[in-house]
Write a protein that binds this ligand. Structure first.
Ligand SMILES: NC(=O)c1ccc[n+]([C@@H]2O[C@H](COP(=O)([O-])OP(=O)(O)OC[C@H]3O[C@@H](n4cnc5c(N)ncnc54)[C@H](O)[C@@H]3O)[C@@H](O)[C@H]2O)c1
Length: 361
């Protein structure tokens, strides 16, 4: 059985996901997956059945071609991408493109197509999609909600990879519950990225009796995600999502002026390579100071695909079992802002129980 997925946003994360599907079809026993199999589903069972974007270089193209169009810049780790019979359709632009992005060179920024938007609900229904992944840029609040509404109308599951609070918002979660449509969100937590490393270290300080007194996490990169986030007005949700994800690991959260977490700058030549610096300062035995510094360098988009590939399969499993509403276990495992925050060991246990059918959501 295949899993039918629609994409809103054919950017770097979408490219890594599609490459990954091809890669694991050819190398089913290769490393790099959180779970090889989830309820009988493997990475290679995923099929893309619809795709929406707004960029003139992508709209109207076959998905496989669109994924390698500028401004996408992530690494091509698998050249022979699956050729799904999907043409990228024009979505509604709404607030998807920030004004400041347009001032940058076309090769690095978004360029809006002139086509009229398609009927997203109709396309979703005709495609037979099990779910849609929302990959629109940070700060696209209207666009994110538009795609969530379209899923509710088309009876399609919803995975929210970006930090507009939808699945973690009780009112939205209620809408998905009422229609018995499964939803996973919000804001993908990469397989081994800045958030999970900072969370695990924060938990370690807590468990080893070290009082964390200040910390920062500075992130920069050269993809359109980082370009988009130069606009501080669009950044609010991302900062909240990343900060709360770390604060949730502390019994007593740090005062706001002692924690600084967020996207910090844009360096075009880094492309999809993201650099993260974490600093932590604590008090140990006898309140003697301890400091800790770390540099992480990762290719951002494959790192996100490593998590989304589990979210997709758990959502499909929920659908097969007739479970709707916010899926708390897989959301806490794969998202920075889930409806319920656990530490990452508990989140893993919850997912295992969900997969085994011992836990409903
Ligand atoms: N590790 C990660 O890469 C990571 C982690 C967490 C969250 N995210 C989030 O996932 C989202 C996708 O990331 P990305 O790196 O693929 O971004 P990207 O900038 O490469 O892609 C975004 C795509 O959305 C398209 N778009 C803009 N407005 C649209 C609209 N109204 N309808 C349809 N498409 C629209 C753009 O043309 C572009 O192709 C971002 O919000 C990002 O913050 C990524």
């Amino acid at each position: 059985m295949s899993i039918k997925v629609a994409l809103a946003g054919v950017g770097n994360c979408a490219s890594s996901l599609v490459q990954g599907i091809g890669f694991y079809r050819e190398h089913p026993d290769a490393y790099g997956l959180l779970h090889k199999e989830i309820g009988g589903y493997r990475a290679e069972d995923i099929e893309i059945v619809a795709a929406f974007d707004i960029d003139r270089r992508k709209v109207g193209k076959k998905l496989k071609e669109a994924l390698t169009c500028k401004p996408n810049c992530t690494t091509i780790f698998y050249k022979n991408m699956p050729d799904f019979p999907v043409v990228v359709q024009m979505g509604p632009v709404l607030d998807g493109v920030s004004e400041h992005v347009k001032e940058h060179d076309d090769d690095y920024s978004f360029s809006i197509a002139e086509e009229k938007p398609c009927n997203v609900v109709e396309v979703l229904k005709e495609s037979g999609a099990d779910m849609l992944i929302n990959y629109v840029p940070v700060g696209s609040e209207q666009a994110a909600r538009y795609y969530a509404e379209a899923c509710l109308e088309a009876n399609v599951g919803f995975i929210n990879a970006m930090p507009t609070f939808i699945v973690s918002d009780p009112q939205w979660a209620k809408k998905f519950k009422e229609k018995n449509i499964p939803a996973v969100g919000d804001d993908i937590k990469s397989q081994l990225g800045a958030t999970i490393v900072h969370r695990v270290l924060t938990d370690l300080f807590e468990k080893r009796g070290i009082k964390l007194i200040k910390t920062y996490q500075l992130n920069f990169g050269g993809n359109t995600d980082f370009l988009n986030m130069l606009n501080k007005e669009r950044l609010d949700s991302k900062k909240k999502s990343k900060t709360n994800s770390v604060q949730s690991q502390l019994e007593t959260p740090l005062p706001a002026d002692k924690i600084h977490i967020g996207p910090s700058d844009y360096v075009p030549w880094l492309k999809d390579n993201k650099i993260c610096y974490i600093y932590m300062e604590g008090l140990g035995f006898g309140e003697v100071p301890i400091t800790f510094e770390l540099k992480l360098s990762v290719e951002d988009s494959p790192n996100s695909a490593g998590s989304i590939i589990d979210a997709i399969r758990c959502l499909k499993l929920a659908k097969d079992r007739g479970i709707g509403g916010a899926l708390t276990s897989i959301s806490s495992f794969t998202m920075k802002s889930p409806p319920e925050q656990y530490n990452d060991n508990t989140a893993l246990l919850c997912v295992e129980e969900f997969i085994a059918g011992k836990k409903g959501q």
